[in-house]
Design a protein around this ligand. Structure first.
Ligand code: GLU
Length: 588
């Protein structure tokens, strides 16, 4: 069984807790004592950057990173580490990912030098239909809170099957699939201090969560007050669910008693009941897809293809930028104009074409071709910004960075870039009674209005069995055939831009990974040019861009990334977690 080792600050917390107990003449409760230990554990491994010689794990939460590191140190490989970390994330970031959701898993096999791309995306129930998010007058339900809450938006979850598939294909076999639940069960039963972000989200989403009795019971006290920062959260039902899967395998989730409970919870949801049946769960399959490949300057870029728009959009943007000397322009008004326009063009193509490739024909090869990038690059004008129509934008998310990304490399050089989600913060807000996990609301990634202005069906319209378009962008960068970076991010449709900002900061501007991650981001999603604070406050640049016709929007925080960088010359590997999140990096 994996255990967390404590050192430094946690040891201090334990000692302090014990002394404090003595001081209070043993009147202290056991719970308070445990809190000191757990607060210590929470803070101690919170290393934003790490350097290693052999292996590195970077995730959005210190507990998950620690679990991944323990697996790596005990001889597990990157796949094993990612699986253990995912289950811990399910516990400590219940708002972001877990067995009620889905994800995309990119794996580099150091022996065969092959990249494998797995699609564990949620899928619409067979009963789904194009108008499912329209009211009786043909108008879409308001996005927040209606469309995103309750059973209707729940897609068939893929995460559990995805990780079982990657484990059986590429796990080291040093750990069985069921053993990898160990660290998560431990944290779920022992409890963990609620993080700042989780506490804030609980407060913000309390109305939605309280619509569903299991969610209410898990996250709020009997008086209905939400948990405060550092108070202990226990997830006993989730621990039992994990134990049941350990004992009976994933069939219990897709064909057994949990499948029954999921279908029932969705169909009988007290708010926006949904369409899922037990058959939908038993028919769910993980799909191996071709990774998307592009070339940017002297680098090879590999990312996730459809139904994610991440890979094609990232590569198209980079390849458009490849026709300009971005480093020459730097972060001047000219440079930002160029950077924003390239994203805008690629996002326009994304919005038009991208969807589930099993339902819609997508000209993927064309989108990632250099010829097409060259053609698109010619649309950029220095004097003015290409006008956009707000209506053509995908729904803007609420600015929150839900979702999680994990970047991991093991001592053999196998790499994982894995983005995982339940879509909105707390997904549908619907927790399966007695099972301790939240269900996704991934079907909101479909276009709610299934036809365009001319009445033509849009590519990403809802349909039975279809997977909604995603923006998740798990990515590998290679230089001369050797791994250079692992990167990916959370952040809804801003994921693509967040990854792009980091890549150009490193590859064009020569920034260290740390600087690249910290630098204020500039994103365009076929709409306004969105800027993080430091750049937004530069009035000279903002006025120059406005003069060219860029509507400018201030966004304080866009995307939460996790990245690994290989320094071949020094035989070192660096891990870096985004300062916008609460993650950590650990290596050895
Ligand atoms: N549902 C989003 C997608 O697949 C990810 C969730 C998020 O980060 O907002 O692109």
């Amino acid at each position: 069984m994996l255990r967390f080792r404590s050192n430094g600050f946690p040891r201090f917390c334990v000692k302090f807790g014990v002394l404090f107990a003595i001081f209070l003449r043993y009147t202290i409760t056991m719970r308070t004592l445990i809190s000191f230990l757990l607060i210590g554990l929470l803070f101690s491994p919170q290393l934003r950057a790490a350097q290693g010689k052999h292996a590195m794990a970077v995730t959005s939460d210190p507990y998950a990173t620690k679990a991944a590191l323990e697996i790596l140190k005990q001889g597990g490989n990157a796949v094993d580490a990612a699986i253990a970390a995912q289950w811990v994330l399910n516990v400590v970031e219940p708002q972001s990912s877990g067995i009620g959701g889905g994800g995309f898993f990119l794996y580099y096999d150091a022996v065969t030098k092959q990249i494998h791309a797995f699609d564990g995306r949620e899928q619409a129930p067979q009963d789904a239909y194009p108008d499912m998010f329209l009211d009786e007058n043909g108008f879409p339900f308001p996005y927040y809170p209606d469309r995103i809450t309750g059973g209707l938006a729940v897609g068939v979850p893929g995460t559990l099957k995805l990780l079982q598939v990657v484990h059986s294909r590429f796990g080291s076999k040093k750990f069985s699939f069921s053993e990898l639940f160990g660290p998560a069960i431990e944290v779920a039963e022992r409890g963990f201090p609620v993080s700042k972000r989780l506490a804030r989200y609980l407060e913000e989403h309390k109305k939605r969560l309280k619509l569903f009795p299991a969610s209410r019971q898990t996250f709020f006290n009997p008086e209905g007050k939400s948990l405060e920062v550092h108070s202990l959260l226990f997830m006993p039902d989730l621990a039992e669910t994990f134990k049941l899967v350990q004992k009976e395998g994933i069939r219990v989730f897709y064909e057994g008693e949990i499948a029954k409970d999921i279908a029932k919870a969705v169909r009988e949801a007290p708010f926006h009941p949904g369409l899922m049946s037990e058959d939908d769960l038993s028919f769910y399959r993980v799909k191996e897809r071709n990774p998307i490949r592009g070339r940017y300057r002297q680098y090879d870029v590999f990312s996730m293809g459809p139904p994610s728009s991440g890979g094609t959009t990232l590569i198209e943007t980079l390849q458009i930028l490849g026709f300009f000397d971005l480093a020459y322009y730097g972060k001047t008004a000219d440079g930002i104009h160029l950077f924003s326009e390239a994203q805008k063009l690629a996002f326009q193509d994304r919005n038009h074409w991208l969807a589930d490739p099993d339902y819609v024909e997508i000209p993927t090869e064309k989108i990632v071709s250099l010829e097409f990038a060259e053609e698109r690059s010619q649309a950029i004008r220095w004097e003015y910004a290409i006008p956009t129509t707000q209506a053509a934008m995908s729904p803007l998310n609420l600015g929150a960075s839900h979702t999680s990304h994990l970047s991991i490399v093991d001592e053999w050089g196998n790499m994982v870039s894995y983005t995982t989600t339940i879509e909105s913060v707390f997904g549908s807000a619907l927790m399966v009674p007695g099972r301790g996990f939240l269900l996704n609301n991934e079907l909101t990634d479909f276009e709610a209005v299934p036809k365009d202005d001319k009445g033509k069906p849009v590519a990403n319209a809802p349909e039975g069995g279809k997977r909604p378009m995603s923006s998740m962008t798990p990515t590998f960068i290679f230089r001369e055939g050797k791994p250079l970076m692992i990167v990916g991010a959370a952040g809804g449709t801003k994921i693509i831009g967040a990854v792009l900002n980091i890549l150009t900061n490193v590859l064009d501007f020569g920034m260290s990974l740390n600087d690249a991650m910290n630098a204020p981001r500039i994103i365009n999603r076929y709409g306004p040019t969105e800027m993080e604070t430091f750049l937004y406050e530069n009035q000279t640049i903002v006025h120059d861009l406005e003069r060219r016709g860029h509507p400018i929007r201030h966004e304080p925080s866009m995307g939460i990334a996790q990245a690994v960088w290989f320094d071949e010359d020094n035989h070192a590997v660096y891990g870096e977690t985004d300062p916008r999140g609460e993650g950590s990096a650990l290596g050895y």
